[in-house]
Each structure stands twice: as structure tokens, then as C-alpha cells.
Design a protein around this ligand. Sequence first.
Ligand code: NAG
Ligand code: NAG
Length: 169
Amino acid sequence: MLRVFMIFLFFALWCTCSSEAKKPVGCFSKKELVDHAEHFMAKYLHWSHNHMIQSLEDPNSRTEPSCSNFKLQTSSADYNNRSVSPWRYRIDHDEERFPSRIAVAECLCEGCVINGEENRSYNSVLVKRSQLVLKRIKCPLNPDMYSFKVTMVKVPVACTCLRPISSQQ
Ligand SMILES: *[C@@H]1O[C@H](CO)[C@@H](O)[C@H](O)[C@H]1NC(C)=O
Ligand SMILES: *[C@@H]1O[C@H](CO)[C@@H](O)[C@H](O)[C@H]1NC(C)=O
């Protein structure tokens, strides 16, 4: 009896998990595709993502930070303002992808900001994370209709400061 119950439980859980993560299958018009994609992506994208894209697109908040004009602000809550390997974000656009806009980090300096100046004995390097995206593809039998391909992409999210690789200790 317990065994039957365990098997039942296994299938119940398996069904819930697989329906959670399942992408819409079939061919859709462009409009239907966008609706499905937004619904699907809502599980993976958080409010902070949209908020960040909006603030990056706001023309009033547009500053062009660079390595030479970067000022370390040790009282700031923002990691980027206290980092010795500062970065900025730009928006990567791809109309064939959902989400079509992704914020990607770019390091401001090659070296790191030590004692108020760039020191090339250190390296600013990008930290990337994997993100799930949907790619729009044409349906093979009907080129006016579209389908999805689920893909993982590596998105630069910040920079960190490293010592260059060296054989000496
Ligand atoms: C970080 O620095 C930028 C540029 O000086 C500034 O506009 C922003 O408000 C700072 N962020 C925080 C949370 O202090
Ligand atoms: C840069 O960092 C190295 C290693 O810590 C240090 O020896 C050097 O004095 C620094 N250079 C400057 C200009 O601060």
C-alpha cells in the first residue's frame, strides 16, 4: 500500500514540476508568442530586472561613467559605488529573444582603483551568470508562425577585482 502511495506521490510531484517549467509548445502568431513568452518569463524575471531596465532607459539618469571619473563612495549602499572594480550597465537588445532587453555589465577599468587611481597590478574582470531566455524561431511548416527555443545565455552582471595569473607566489 505504501509503495503504491509512493509511486502515486512521485508521479504527482513529477507532473507538477514538469508542468511548472514547461514552455508553450506549438506554433503561434507573433502576438500570441509575445503573450506566452511574457507569461513564461514572469516566473524567471523579477521586478528588480524591469526596474533596472527602466532606470537605464531613463534619459534623465544617463551618465557616462568612466574609469577616470569614477569616485569611490564608501558611504553608498550601491555595491558599484564602493567597488575597486567598478562597472556600468548597458542594455543589450535582441528582438528575436525574450526578454528582448537585458542589462549587461561592463567593467570601467582594466585594472582596479587602489588608493584613488587605477592600478594595473590588478585586473577588473566580469562576473557572469547563466540566464534562461526564449528564442523566437520560425515554424518549419508555416513561416508566418513562430515557436520557441529555450536557451541559456551567460549574462555579465558585475565586475570583481583579481590579481593577474602569475606563476610566482
Ligand atoms: C552611486 O553613484 C552614482 C554616481 O555618482 C550616483 O548617481 C548614485 O546615486 C549612487 N548610488 C547610491 C545608492 O548611492
Ligand atoms: C599597485 O599595486 C601593487 C601591488 O599591490 C603595489 O606594489 C603598487 O605600489 C601599486 N601601485 C600604485 C601606483 O599604487
